[in-house]
Design a binder for this molecule. Structure first.
Ligand code: GLY
Length: 304
């Protein structure tokens, strides 16, 4: 029997300022609408999460694709991961500098490669050989981010706590989908953290950290300060709680509590199981998310 599709997307968890609320809501709604249409036209959960993330990579509001945070050298370095809950196939790219939509390259790795993960120039070469167009790094850099980096570097960061404070943007984007065949999928994409060291890889493109998907447990996508999330393999941690019989909402909330209690991390998470039950949690002042089902369309910037 066909399953009713469900789609959940997020566009970052941090202290999103009032004047950026509208852009974030519009961005996550656009992403959800595009992905929903993909599934309405018969696309799979995997197709849907790829499309949702492409829309947010193309939207300069978010720290993904063009308009991402700049690293210490003033360059954009992008990470992305996509995972199929039906087969556990996954594709990830890390530290790519010439791919505007790294999730497209990740999808090509998932579908066309026996490998799971490519980084740097090798990832770019693989992407180009599989039909993903390369761009110049300058094409991904926008004036807002040049100014943000300049201001940040002029202000001496006094500690790592300052660097990763919840007020600093973590606009990593992600999407989860359940399709008519009962399959779930997840994707996450990011430009990483502001002023990061060149070559630094965050949580977003690592399996079980930035996202995870297994039909037998759940799909999850995270956003926030990457290093603590990596240490806890947080997306897999949440999926395992669903496998143990807990609801996705409980798993998401407990994962964020664990993140805070165990490693003083902050961020947000969305979780979706193959029954269409979902969860959304964050410990940052705000998180942008959108939900689409056959019965409803919902979006918010914070949980009430
Ligand atoms: N969560 C994004 C990063 O830390 O790279």
């Amino acid at each position: 029997m066909p399953t009713d599709p469900v789609l959940v997307v997020h566009g970052g968890a941090w202290a999103i300022p009032d004047d950026m609320v509208e852009a974030h809501l519009k961005g996550v709604r656009n992403a959800a609408a595009a992905a929903w249409q993909t599934m309405q036209r018969g696309g799979s959960a995997l197709d849907a999460v790829e499309e949702a993330v492409v829309v947010m990579e193309d939207d300069e509001t978010f720290d993904a694709g063009r308009g991402s945070f700049l690293n210490r050298d003033g360059r954009v370095q992008l990470d992305a991961l996509i995972m199929d809950g039906a087969t556990l196939r996954a594709g990830g790219v890390g530290c790519v500098e010439r791919i505007a939509n790294p999730v497209r390259a990740a999808r090509k790795i998932l579908s066309d490669s026996p490998h799971v993960y490519f980084v740097g120039e090798g990832a770019e070469r693989f992407a180009a050989e599989h039909g993903v167009q390369l761009c110049r790094n300058e094409d991904l850099v926008i004036p807002r981010e040049i100014e943000r980096l300049r201001e940040f570097q002029a202000r001496t960061a006094t500690s790592d706590d300052d660097l990763f404070a919840p007020a600093i943007s973590h606009d990593t984007v992600g999407a989860l989908a359940l399709d008519r065949n009962g399959n779930i999928a997840a994707a996450t994409s990011t430009g990483g953290t502001l002023n990061k060291a060149p070559g630094r890889l965050g949580d977003s493109s690592l399996i079980g950290c930035g996202c995870y998907a297994d039909n037998q447990s759940a799909a999850a996508s995270t956003t926030g300060w990457g290093e603590p999330i990596m240490k806890l393999v947080l997306a897999k941690w949440a999926a395992d709680r669903v496998l143990a019989g807990n609801l996705p909402q409980w798993a998401a909330a407990e994962a964020i509590n664990y993140l805070k209690d165990r490693v003083n991390g902050h961020g947000g998470m969305i979780v979706l199981d193959s029954k269409g039950r979902f969860g959304i949690a964050h410990n940052t002042p705000r998180m942008a998310w959108a939900l689409r089902t056959a019965a409803e369309e919902r979006w918010a910037i914070e949980l009430t």
